[in-house]
Design a protein. Structure first.
Length: 690
């Protein structure tokens, strides 16, 4: 089978080879192995899906109450009506009077007796043999029929080249050492079984993906991923990076010691621990690749600043990149406050800068005059050239696409050295996610909040009590404190979201005339946004109405109350991040989750969890089970689903097994690694190094 022989529609789905077709596994199955008379179907089909066949004796299109196709079939035992509310002329022709059809569906009571609504229909001869295996139903794009996919898959499974591609090459001693307890079929047998399971197959295990055939496929996929990550880890340790040893403590003129002297606070024990881990990485001759995790407000930024200080002490530049202009600007202002008194030149680079300002910033970066550079993804544009970059800090790294992280990793490297990388995230990575996607990262966790930070009380309130909330807000602002009012997330329309924010702003301005109300949203120009935020920080604005642009990076200690309108529309991570904007000062902090009824079960559980816990790891685990790894990783932007067959929570035990086998394979059978990676990942292996 060549690529040219495959329909274009299949090639667009990526099904362009026998291997791609073999790995396009069914999402569910239909049982077409049993056939009942119409009489038996009428009694059985009221409880489950059933298959029967008969001769078409009537075919008519009715227009009351709406256009619909009614077809009546019969056999020797009874008659059955088929009803189609949406149909094509080709279907009407397929079921012409006199045709013999086989139908599959649920029987229900209709206006004119028992009927099937939109059954599966095939024109067959009365004696057509039943299939011996379950019928696979495949994921498909619009306009591609199951028949086309089934034929292509069946042909692919007969290809001699596929048998070669799926041949067993894992050594027997490996199987004996690690897989002896697993009663798994060979890979070829497993994939064939999943495409053509016998009539008596355990359909529940197939659908839940716990069948031994699924386990073999999942293990092979995980093994490829783990081998790729572990190999990337080993390759990184062979690369050269600048070595930044700790300067002699107490000496004058050192940026690091100078920064520690000017700080108005002491590092917590957790900050000191992770700084020691990062400092050790910077002293190595291979590039650091570390993820710094810490809940909102735990003090990650100062740790990153210390890493930047040590880098600059050795004559290298440091860059700090954030996904949004607001967050990047917060970092810029903080870094200026800390470093400019020490004589350090801090540059700012973002997409919104005017052309002249951008050129000046780029020139300062290229000449080395700018020692510390802070900005958005504009830092990894082709027009930016660093003089001597030693450290890249990437904040909220999951918000950048996989390709973007990969790009900065490749761009900052040179023939002589690679720069150190420190990723930061306030969204904790669940353990199972860290074991799979972050196997090439060293992880540090700040698990302690700075002294004086008070826990945030979270309340869940119906939107019907909005007037009460506004009244309470008046009392709150009357005490001299400030507050946020976050407007609902409307994903399908940025215009609607903006309109809702403007409506809330108008209502609250009217309801609270004695206080200054401000508005900030994504469509404001950067300088307008900055002006509003500066006024809020200076307490010239007491209540800030905002969309989710304030989700990360805003630090106003006097703002200790947040109201999130239509909280049921937000995910776990978003509310957790938003809630982290309060609780930054000495006042008792409150977050009110206002929701509209009726509330779905999922939304109810989400709000309940957020009310009960502020533990970022608990919230991250719930978020993982709800959304899957793609969004948490930023993998969605890459367009590649990194794990197709594995559920990280259901299959966690498999991850550990795959890690053990990957280590064994790399040490004992390095010659087989490339074959395994090519089979499973192809070009996608690059992404796993990001």
């Amino acid at each position: 089978m060549t690529t040219k022989q495959l329909p274009t529609a299949l090639q667009k789905m990526g099904l362009d080879s026998p291997m791609a077709l073999a790995l396009h596994l069914p999402s569910r199955y239909e049982d077409e192995t049993e056939l009942f008379s119409i009489e038996d179907a009428l009694s059985r089909g009221r409880f489950s899906t059933v298959q029967t066949q008969g001769l078409v004796i009537r075919n008519q299109v009715l227009f009351r109450p709406r256009r619909q196709l009614l077809v009546t079939i019969e056999d020797d035992t009874a008659v059955l009506q088929l009803r189609f509310l949406n149909f094509y002329p080709s279907q009407q022709k397929q079921m012409a009077v006199g045709a013999h059809v086989r139908v599959r569906g649920d029987v229900r009571e209709g206006f004119q007796g028992p009927e099937m609504v939109h059954p599966t229909v095939r024109a067959v001869a009365p004696e057509t043999v039943l299939p011996s295996s379950l019928t696979p139903v495949y994921p498909a794009s619009a306009g591609i029929s199951q028949t086309i996919i089934r034929k292509a898959v069946a042909q692919a499974l007969r290809e001699p080249s596929l048998k070669e591609s799926l041949a067993e090459f894992l050594p027997s001693q490996l199987t004996t050492k690690f897989l002896a307890k697993q009663d798994w079929p060979s890979l070829l047998a497993a994939i064939t079984y999943l495409h053509q399971p016998p009539a008596d197959a355990d359909t529940e295990a197939l659908l839940e993906r716990t069948h031994p055939a699924w386990r073999r496929v999942q293990f092979e996929e995980l093994l490829a991923q783990q081998v790729s990550l572990k190999r990337a880890h080993a390759i990184r340790r062979q690369r050269r990076a600048p070595q930044f040893l700790q300067a002699q403590t107490g000496g004058d003129g050192f940026i690091e010691s100078g920064l520690l002297r000017v700080l108005p606070f002491s590092l917590t024990n957790a900050q000191q621990r992770v700084w020691a881990e990062i400092g050790n990485d910077l002293s190595n001759t291979f590039p650091m690749n570390r993820l710094l995790q810490g809940d909102v407000g735990s003090g990650k930024t100062i740790v990153a600043a210390l890493a930047a200080a040590r880098t600059m002490d050795h004559g290298y530049q440091a860059a700090v990149m954030a996904p949004t202009e607001i967050l990047a600007e917060q970092h810029y202002l903080k870094m200026k406050e800390w470093f400019e008194p020490l004589g350090i030149s801090v540059a700012w680079l973002s997409g919104s800068l005017k052309a002249k300002e951008k050129k000046l910033a780029q020139a300062a970066i290229e000449s080395g005059q700018a020692q510390l550079i802070v900005g958005t993804h504009a830092l990894i544009q082709e027009t930016v050239s660093f003089a001597k970059l030693g450290l890249a800090v990437i904040d909220e790294q999951h918000r950048f696409g996989v390709r973007q992280r990969l790009e900065i990793q490749q761009r900052v490297g040179s023939e002589l050295f690679y720069c150190h990388q420190l990723m930061m995230s306030a969204t904790p990575i669940p353990r199972t996610l860290a074991m799979t996607y972050y196997a090439d990262l060293d992880v540090s966790v700040i698990d302690e909040l700075p002294p004086g930070r008070k826990p945030i009380v979270t309340k869940v309130v119906k939107s019907a009590r909005r007037d009460e909330i506004v009244s309470g807000l008046r009392d709150w602002l009357g005490k001299g404190l400030q507050a946020y009012w976050v407007c609902p997330l409307i994903e399908e329309s940025e215009v609607l979201q903006l309109q809702t924010a403007e409506d809330s702003f108008a209502q609250l301005t009217l309801a609270l005339p004695e206080f200054k109300v401000g508005l900030v949203h994504g469509r404001l120009k950067a300088d307008e946004k900055a002006a509003v935020m500066a006024a809020f920080k200076a307490n010239e604005i007491q209540l800030l109405v905002a969309t989710t642009v304030i989700e990360v990076g805003v630090d106003v200690p006097n703002a200790a109350l947040m109201v999130i309108e239509h909280a049921e529309r937000f995910g776990y991570a978003q509310i957790h991040q938003l809630r982290g904007r309060v609780g930054r000062g000495s006042a008792d902090s409150v977050c009110i989750l206002m929701y509209a009824e009726p509330l779905s079960l999922a939304a109810k559980e989400r709000l309940q969890t957020l009310r009960e816990t502020a533990d970022g790891f608990v919230i991250a685990e719930r978020d993982l089970s709800l959304r899957g790894p793609g969004e948490l990783l930023g993998a969605k932007q890459s367009g590649d689903a990194m794990l197709r067959f594995v559920d990280l929570q259901r299959d966690a035990w498999l991850i550990e097994l795959a890690q053990q086998v990957a280590e064994y394979l790399l040490v004992e059978h390095a010659d087989l690694v490339e074959r395994h990676l090519e089979r499973w990942l192809g070009s996608r292996a690059e992404f796993l190094k990001a």
